[in-house]
Ligand binder design. Structure first.
Ligand code: FMN
Length: 217
């Protein structure tokens, strides 16, 4: 075996201890269970519990994924914000089907969500933009997310330009910054077990309502 394999085998995963999944009183909707788990993550000081992986597919059907921040959750909708010109923005335009994944290692919890993403429109994008920190607004205003950056000076020049624009017009926004909502139609709550007898509960939308079932580990 090579060294990388040995190195990886020496690392622990799912070492726990973890709480068991209380399956007796499952809420009716995945949104409610998500909130329960999120609160648990916050109580247990999980770092950045609102960081999640957004998976999309490109025009050729090739998957792509990156980490984003969850901005809101209302009912079955999970919100995130990004640039429409970015790679993910273009992919979502072409195919709005997506997935979101959370993993909180100290709790041994994974949440998987699948659904369809909608652009919430100009005003919602502008409102999210206005909520961003000054430097986050500066970077978003450059508007080139995911394009090739050839020279450092180009970035510095653009950042200075955007800072100047904001100082002249503090209310400036950009149509490039969008708020997206993924309407969830399938969700899985996975509680890891140190003995690998993991508990998985899947919520699925059928005939206009949420149902749930247990999955084999
Ligand atoms: C913890 C964390 C949070 C992030 N939050 C965001 C975010 O809310 N919006 C965003 O556009 N990019 C965010 N990023 C950067 C993305 O992962 C990604 O690099 C960027 O959006 C470009 O992705 P794309 O080329 O697939 O479009 C975050 C990265 C990390 C590691």
């Amino acid at each position: 075996m090579n060294n990388v394999n040995e190195l990886l085998r020496s690392l622990k995963s799912l070492s726990g201890p973890f709480l068991s999944f209380e399956r007796e009183e499952l809420p009716e909707t995945p949104g409610e269970l998500f909130l329960q788990w999120l609160n648990l993550a916050i109580e247990n000081e999980v770092k950045e519990p609102h960081a999640m992986t957004l998976s999309t597919v490109d025009a050729d059907g090739c998957p792509d994924a990156r980490v984003l921040i969850l901005k809101n959750m209302i009912g079955d909708s999970f919100y995130f914000a990004s640039s429409v010109e970015s790679r993910k923005g273009q992919q979502l335009k072409c195919n709005p089907k997506a997935a979101l994944t959370f993993y909180w290692p100290i709790l041994g919890k994974q949440i998987r969500l699948r659904g369809t993403v909608e652009d919430m429109g100009d005003e919602a994008g502008a409102a999210d933009f206005r909520d961003r920190s000054a430097e986050a607004r500066v970077v978003a205003l450059t508007g080139n997310q995911s394009r090739e950056l050839v020279r450092e000076e180009e970035l510095e020049y653009s950042l200075a330009e955007q800072r100047e624009k904001i100082s002249r017009n503090p209310d400036i926004t950009t149509l490039n910054w969008r708020l997206y909502a993924m309407n969830v139609r399938e969700a899985e709550f996975w509680q890891g077990d140190t003995n690998r007898k993991h508990t998985r509960i899947q919520y699925y939308w059928s005939e206009g309502q949420w149902n749930h079932r247990r999955l084999w580990p």
